[in-house]
Design a protein around this ligand. Structure first.
Ligand code: M6R
Length: 347
């Protein structure tokens, strides 16, 4: 079933353009669903792990495009927010499996007061049966424990949802380019392989991103720790000087997610901060970014047309590849990380 690939994870990473393309077909379904959401004044996302990172991106999109106050709550911490829900709240549950115990428990509670929407990959799963509305992501079955193609599919559904809520035709059009952008990244796998050979010695990694790229930094770090067992810490670039900068010293790899756009300038100054303290910077930015080429010793180059707003859908791909190849270098099985299960059915 691995169809010639060494592992499910790399097969699934390579299926991401298709996963996005297939999930874009949900547009009409989402248009129909949101007709019922005219009275919604607040949105809460509830999720765990990678699905939580997709939700964070959703908050940024919905608040900035549609102006609807949006919270993101870890399913395991949901009970504290219970009393804040009412009939004008939409609670969105994001889950690959549709069976995560913490999310299911929160869903039962939210159903008592609020509208509930599940964004789920596994058809017929518990969340699809219990949520009032469902958007089915179209990633196909995901076998690797590390979520990859389901993450970009969740993001695709969220982008469609936010863009349709905000009636943002430009963004809707831009989304159609994402599958090609992803395939372009996948063509440059050799650069990531050689990077992984140079960095697999590390005990700790930092991942920095700002704005839309902040959840990408968190997700990149989660992928690293989950399968390579290297400590990876994702941070909002602006938070660095509020503590973790103290940890930056000679030789520590710092991944900087720096697409072109509004936050570029500030992220660049964070890049310089860590570089001047001896960090080994691995930048992920636009191919035509001359300033970046000058300032970062190592740059993975991405199509300059990938704007800051759609960067989360594309920039995560080289970070998944980096974690995968570092794990291979270290001799671990990326499909079956220790202590972890694909589906977490206990609270
Ligand atoms: O099935 P779910 O999306 O509800 O699962 C949530 C998390 O357990 C999951 O995303 C986990 O963090 C992944 N293994 C990360 O790669």
């Amino acid at each position: 079933e691995k169809e010639g690939y060494d592992h499910f994870m790399i097969k699934e990473i390579n299926e991401q353009a298709t996963a996005v393309r297939n999930t874009l077909t949900q547009r009409e379904n989402i248009e129909n669903i949101i007709k019922d959401f005219d009275d919604i004044t607040r949105i809460c996302f509830v999720a765990c792990g990678t699905s939580y990172h997709a939700s964070l991106t959703g908050k940024y999109l919905i608040e900035s495009l549609a102006g609807i106050p949006t919270d993101v709550i870890l399913a395991s911490e949901f009970k504290f927010s219970q009393k804040t829900l009412n009939e004008n709240t939409l609670v969105i549950f994001i889950s690959q499996s549709g069976e995560t115990a913490d999310s299911l428990k929160a869903l039962d509670v939210a159903n008592e007061t609020s509208k509930t929407l599940g964004i789920v990959n596994v058809a017929g799963s518990s969340i699809t049966r219990r949520a009032q509305y469902v958007i089915q992501t179209q990633a196909g079955p995901e076998i690797g424990v590390a979520a990859t193609k389901t993450y970009v599919s969740q993001l695709t559904a969220i982008y469609l949802f936010a863009a349709l809520m905000a009636k943002d035709e430009n963004l809707l059009n831009e989304l159609n380019n994402v599958p090609d952008f992803i395939d372009e990244v996948l063509k440059d796998v050799e650069s990531i392989k050689s990077m992984s050979k140079r960095y697999n010695y590390a005990k700790d990694f930092f991942y920095l991103g700002r704005g839309y790229s902040y959840p990408t930094a968190l997700e990149g770090a989660l992928k690293l720790k989950e399968i390579s067992y290297i400590h990876g810490e994702g941070y909002a670039a602006g938070e660095l000087k509020h503590g973790p900068l103290a940890l930056i010293d000679e030789g520590i790899p710092v991944v900087v997610v720096i697409p072109p756009g509004d936050s570029h300038k500030k992220t660049m100054s964070n890049l310089e901060e860590v570089k001047s303290r001896g960090a080994r910077v691995l930048a992920f930015g636009a191919a035509d970014d001359e300033e970046l080429a000058l300032k970062a010793p190592e740059v993975f180059k991405i199509n300059p047309e990938v704007s800051e707003i759609i960067a989360p859908l594309v920039y995560i791909v080289p970070l998944q590849l980096l974690s995968y190849y570092i794990t291979i270098e270290k001799g671990f099985d990326p499909d079956k990380p220790r202590n972890l299960a694909k589906c977490v059915t206990v609270e």
